[in-house]
Design a protein around this ligand. Sequence first.
Ligand code: 3HC
Ligand code: NAI
Length: 712
Amino acid sequence: MSADADTASVVRLERRGDIALILVDNPPVNALSHAVRSALVDALGEVGEASRVVLACAGRTFFAGADISEFGKAPKAPSLAAVIAAIEACPVPVIAAMHGTALGGGLEVALACDGRIMAGEARAGFPEINLGLIPGAGGTQRAPRLMGVANALDLILEGKPIDALRACELGLVDRVTRGDLVEAACVFASELKKKRCVARLAPPSPPDAETLDAWRTTAARKRRGQTAPLAAIDAVDSATRRPFEAGLKRERALFEDLVAGSQARAMRHLFFAERRAPRVDGLTAAPRRVGKVGVVGAGTMGRGIALACVNAGLTVRVHDADAEALSRAAHAMDQDLAVQVKKGRLAPAEADDRRARLIAADDASELGDCDLVIEAVFESLEVKKAVFETLDAVCRPDAVLASNTSYLDLNAIAASTADPGRVVGLHFFSPAHIMKLLEVVRGARTSDAALATALDLAKRLKKVAVVAGVCRGFIGNRMLQGYQREAGLCLMEGASPAQIDAAMTAFGMPMGPFAMGDMAGLDIGYANRAALTPGEDFEPAAFAVHDRLVDAGRKGVKTGAGFYRYAEGSRTPEQDPELAPVIEAAARANGVKRREVSDAEIVERCVLALVNEGATLLGEGVAQRGSDIDVVYANGYGFPRWRGGPMFYADEAGLSTVLDTLQANARRFGAQWWRPAPLIEALAAGTGRLSTHEAGSDAGLAPTRPVADVNG
Ligand code: 3HC
Ligand code: NAI
């Protein structure tokens, strides 16, 4: 083996009788980095007299794929293709022994082997599509030869791993073992009489033109705007129509185009950003152990939060001041579990176990034994303060108290307790047991222990956590106000809700701002605005139509009409001819001149409003990093992942171009809402990027306050 310390330390070659065991150990996930690839090629060259080779990994998983951090850098030989060629060229059979998750390039290495065995709890898949890629080391050619075109395409397009039994059933692997994996692999190896190269198997039968079209249509619908799904279909189709080597070449060309493209760059950015987001510099406090969670307020959010907690194995006590609301919530949560059982996603016994851990609390005093309590009562500072006063009195002194407030001042809520250090924000998104995002709000006096406990809980709930400082709307909802403002102004100036919604869905948002408003209920924003100062906190003209609709009882889907009409029991928006006169009257009343507004202008104004507010709050230190803002928007607001989030989007557009447009908008529409964020001005003057900016780092700005001090 090479004397290179780097490579020598990641791969060990051991003897098990006449079998050579190649054991890779590259924590944390055995990514196929340059060091691993080199050492693998070396080890394969050194198996000598061995009659068989077993390839396995140490630690928590088989190879989790190519090393994503190497993408976008100059490739370093040997490539993954060279490793695969070395496996196929090995004179004796090579068996892959897979545990944990065999993903992407990792699964492709296994497919190059002569036999595959999986641990019973292991999973295998091609997650490349989630990175804007396709399998690029033969996966699109070998998988269809083993499991057929339709199954292979499913695995590649879904991007979700399948379990060992399913992989075996589909022919992707040969065996599954519940015993010692390496031992079972050695037994399997000794039974293999000769090499069984997948590349030499006959190509699968080609799909007909109609099937191909149907796949393309479904892929274009499910992953709107993305280029990788169509490339995947192309590559897999090539496996059926070209000789193996030619198919491989086609796959390679498609992969290389994708990996160098902006969509894959954006998705890689989010991959690392999501893993970075829950980290807080200097936070060393140990999280407190949380076994029992209290939830106060059993409305829309309280139910979802309680479900998220029981689903994660916690015991939950749910309290509501209204006994009827509590029993309605108990029924709704019971129904949710029943639906999961009916859909086959949950075993009946597991559902019963979860029900047993979901306990109604008639009185707040019953929350006394909870380790952490999450408040989700009405959005009123007075109501919340009273609830926190009660919690402060009834809960253990070391219990963490969290608020799910969307907009209110967490510091004011915390001030109603004797120990504001134990108060933190946990801002869930609706439905709370489904949505991945969780904003963890660090108040001015939140203790490190409370913050660490909240972050640890987020991890147990399998949420993507982002830390935010205190300000109105935190990161996500604060930025959304600018987006909604520009959508509202475009409406007043001449665009229809349908045009604006279509422009934003064409940009990649799952729903346009008006369909979204109808879905959420227009009365919510209406009530929020009542507590604000028009002209100072928000632009009244932007919401004049919203207000007229709510005053007329049109609150959105729930009342059968809002910006659109909805047939009885339907959530499908239908255009309403009665709306245009309402908009025109509102425009006249606000002195807004109507004109044609182009789709490009709609997108530019809505997205740049997000960008500018995001950069402003980043400069203030409300977000720790620019990439955190992207994580919030991709996971909580449907910002297209392949655009990387608003900060990444602005970087890709070029910050000096963004600055020019902000300045032009300030001249055209007024500086009040369009004054460029100082951070954009500072970064545009140099080479800095918003998406890699860290709050408090020097961008030529005045020093920012630490996150916890904002509005503190
Ligand atoms: N390359 C580089 N780093 C990786 C990595 C990869 N493929 N997979 C994970 N990591 C890193 C993470 O960034 C993280 O680093 P950090 O601790 O410094 O933040 C660390 O490994 C642990 O990752 P997770 O926090 O995600 O650990 P989990 O235990 O929660 O999950 C996992 C493990 C399921 C393996 C998950 O990490 C995962 O899904 N990884 C990505 C798998 C993937 O996308 N593979 C395909 C790569 S593309 C490819 O193979 C192309 C080929 O076809 C040519
Ligand atoms: P909701 O109106 O559906 O439920 C609130 C519940 O709190 C009701 O069941 C009510 O009886 C109960 N309640 C009121 N006062 C109480 C008290 N003093 N003690 C105990 N229970 C009391 O409200 P929703 O939508 O669940 O919102 C709750 C909180 O979550 C609000 O702060 C809201 O801003 C926030 N939020 C809401 C989101 C949403 O999409 N609905 C998203 C994220 C946060």
